[in-house]
Design a protein around this ligand. Structure first.
Ligand code: NAP
Length: 246
């Protein structure tokens, strides 16, 4: 699954799943724009991409800040000369039961996970529609399909991202731009490290394959969806979850 001559933008590339996707794409021959909230993390992954012999750009921007994203996208298009793959991966959690959830925690999660994807997709839509092998890949979650007690904000953002994916897929299908989502189950990253061992054991008991996934499990799925092999696949949600949702 070669990505030679492709330029990808990956948000939340600084750590975890986004970093694994950026490196997998670079390994397949793509140049990669690494967007992260912090300068240090975006730069360190961009350096790793460059070490694989690909062009890379480090961009530190908060995806929930519309004006900052629009300015960053204009600069990215100028610096790269155009992109053809966008991965909306940046995401956060602010878990808590509904009765105790603050408006700020609701807004932070929806603004980052859902509005961020909207802003980036809209800002890149015009060049993506004209590009060859154009792809948008949104990183959702199985909890956007099943719901999860204690994550009403996060589950709503991911369910919204799935509806967004299918709607944008319909709008852009004729131009050949495909739009798909990946719904990871529980993947070992900083995000899931926050969970107690007791919670992790309960999660594992619910996974038919009996273990948390690895970031490369998601990167492999993203590589497939980005590659020419997935040319005729659009509007889909690919669950990568050890069999949790079937
Ligand atoms: P992670 O290890 O916490 O990394 C999150 C990345 O997103 C970091 O690079 C972070 O930037 C970036 N980020 C966060 N908020 C941002 C913002 N406002 N603007 C720009 N970048 C921002 O998370 P992960 O586990 O890899 O998760 C990646 C995606 O997969 C998320 O959308 C998450 O919801 C989804 N997901 C994860 C799991 C899982 O089990 N891990 C399961 C299902 C879905 P800095 O590095 O600069 O802080």
């Amino acid at each position: 699954m070669s990505l030679e001559n492709q330029t990808a933008v990956v948000t939340g590339a600084g750590r975890g799943i986004g970093r694994a996707i950026a490196l997998a794409f670079a390994g397949a021959g793509a140049d990669v724009v690494c967007i992260s909230r912090t300068e240090a993390n975006s730069q360190s992954v961009a350096d790793e991409v460059a070490a694989l012999g690909r062009k890379s750009w480090a961009v530190a921007v908060d995806v929930s800040d519309t004006a900052a994203v629009e300015a960053a996208v204009a600069k990215i298009l100028e610096d790269t000369g155009g992109i053809n793959i966008l991965v909306n991966n940046a995401g956060v959690t602010r878990d808590g039961l509904l009765m105790r959830m603050s408006e700020a925690d609701w807004d932070t999660v929806l603004d980052t996970n859902l509005k961020g994807a909207f802003t980036l997709t809209k800002a890149f839509a015009r060049p993506l529609r004209k590009a060859d092998n154009a792809r948008i890949i949104n990183i959702a979650s199985v909890v956007g399909i099943t719901g999860n007690a204690g994550q009403v904000n996060y589950a709503a953002s991911k369910a919204g991202l799935i509806g967004f994916t299918k709607s944008v897929a319909r709008e852009f299908a004729k131009s050949g731009l495909t739009v798909n989502a990946i719904a990871p189950g529980f993947i070992a990253t900083d995000m899931t490290d926050e969970l107690s061992d007791k919670v992790k054991d309960a999660i594992k008991a619910n996974i038919p394959m009996g273990e948390l996934g690895a970031v490369d499990d998601i990167a492999g799925a993203a590589l497939y969806l980005a590659s020419p092999a997935a040319r005729y696949v659009t509007g889909q949600v690919l669950t990568v979850d050890g069999g949790m949702v079937m």
